[in-house]
Design a protein around this ligand. Structure first.
Ligand SMILES: Cc1cc2nc3c(=O)[nH]c(=O)nc-3n(C[C@H](O)[C@H](O)[C@H](O)COP(=O)(O)OP(=O)(O)OC[C@H]3O[C@@H](n4cnc5c(N)ncnc54)[C@H](O)[C@@H]3O)c2cc1C
Length: 393
């Protein structure tokens, strides 16, 4: 316990100083840019503030999950950026620790720990997003035991920056749906990997299309057993829903506070103000529900459990509530919203609101759409029959 509280005290002191340094180079409004997130990742790695819960013999600090949660909450409250390698920290590392061979852990954990190897997640394909079990990227075993990979992934977050990709691929062509899939660790610099960045609505480029054309993947880069990909991807998804959500909920609360200030300062006629305040109150209530859900999920995670159905509910409520906050903020901006996110230099505050509004549109899609989360809640909590699409397969 003493160790934990000392750790958090030291981390709080470091955080204040480190963010002052970071903001001398990157304005807070630009904290989502890859270069700021890369710098922040490096600062955390250099200070031994990643790998907090990993075992000591793997380069970690063996701290309790509750400390990791408290540290993430602290970072979010200080408005720290999301480190560029958060996919590796939050999803891949726990999955590697659980399913990796000793050799795989020795090969891949240090690059995540030291910040030298950025990872991306290669699951989605054209026509294969919600229904991951229909993955068509194929790997065929060669006579030397290695795999030859062919296929096309899409919406791969930071695919153009990553050194490695963890991909879900079909290794048994006769395997139906989720059977016959394997979880592969693919070198993004290997011959035959082609990456095409995608420009999004905000004008930024956060994701890419990834093409695999006769890419050789060594046999020791399959995580877990051949054909076990689905089980591993589902375990990895549980990690994604845990601590990873906390900064997003803190950010939602901060944005709600901004919205309250913006409404208080807005020049609106009294009759209209009453309606707007009523609308604001319903969002405040929703945010309270989101906070109670995230606390419930984090209690479960700290106790060593997986979020399960609570994670689906949290994802749904958080993403839809954030859209309401951003829509409201955009409306209050009025005509200056027309300037768009590219006006960041001339009108940084309104450009930032427009950017967050546009980005929030993606949040009911990424990591499982709202329709899919509702199906999960309907089937697993309310006991309703499976959706017709699933029966048709
Ligand atoms: C910002 C962002 C980042 C992303 N990053 C990554 C990444 O790093 N790696 C990665 O692999 N993928 C990534 N994705 C892809 C994401 O996982 C998929 O977009 C998502 O799973 C939805 O799949 P889809 O786009 O193929 O839509 P589809 O599955 O084609 O769905 C289209 C529409 O149909 C609805 N629908 C589909 N099936 C059902 C059903 N059974 N019942 C009711 N409605 C249904 C969906 O809800 C949706 O509205 C990212 C996406 C976004 C937006």
């Amino acid at each position: 316990m003493i160790r934990t509280s000392h750790f958090l005290d030291d981390a709080a002191t470091w955080l204040g100083e480190a963010l002052t340094l970071l903001r001398a180079q990157h304005a807070e409004a630009a904290s989502h840019t890859p270069s700021c997130r890369q710098d922040w990742n490096r600062m955390l790695c250099d200070t031994d503030l990643v790998a907090l819960t990993w075992p000591e013999d793997r380069g970690g600090r063996a701290l309790p999950t509750a400390t990791l949660i408290a540290f993430h909450e602290m970072c979010a409250r200080h408005r720290a950026p999301q480190p560029i390698n958060s996919i590796a920290h939050a999803i891949l590392a726990p999955t590697l620790l659980m399913f990796g061979t000793s050799e795989q852990k020795a090969r891949f954990l240090p690059g995540i720990r030291n910040g030298t190897e950025i990872w991306c997640q290669g699951y989605s394909e054209p026509r294969t997003g919600s229904d991951l079990s229909s993955v068509r990227t194929r790997a065929a075993r060669q006579s030397n035991g290695h795999w030859l990979l062919n296929g096309h992934k899409i919406w791969t977050t930071q695919g153009h920056l990553a050194k490695w990709c963890f991909a879900l691929v079909r290794t048994d062509p006769a395997g139906v749906a989720h059977r016959g899939l394997s979880f592969m660790l693919v070198d993004m610099q290997a011959p035959g990997v082609r990456v095409e960045p995608i420009r999004q609505l905000t004008g930024e480029t956060d994701y890419a299309e990834v093409f695999f054309e006769n890419v050789e993947v060594p046999a020791n880069q399959v995580l877990g057993a051949e054909g076990e990909g689905w089980r591993i991807a589902m375990a990895a998804a549980e990690y994604e829903r845990g601590v990873y959500f906390l900064p997003r909920v803190v950010m939602l609360e901060q944005e709600l506070a901004q919205l309250q200030d913006e409404l208080a300062a807005a020049a609106v006629p009294p009759a209209e103000r009453h309606v707007l305040e009523h609308r604001l109150q319903s969002i405040v209530d929703l945010c309270r529900v989101v906070r109670s859900r995230v606390d419930k999920v984090l209690d479960a995670v700290a106790a060593g459990e997986t979020p399960g159905i609570e994670g689906a509910m949290l994802k749904l409520l958080w993403s839809e509530t954030r859209q309401q906050v951003q829509e409201f903020r955009l409306e209050l901006l009025g005509e200056s919203a027309l300037l768009g996110p590219e006006a960041i230099d001339s009108h940084p505050e309104s450009a930032a609101v427009v950017r967050e509004f546009l980005w929030s549109r993606a949040e009911t899609i990424v990591a499982g759409t709202s329709e899919i989360q509702r199906n999960i809640v309907a089937e697993r909590t309310l006991g309703l029959p499976k959706d017709r699409g699933a029966h048709a397969k």
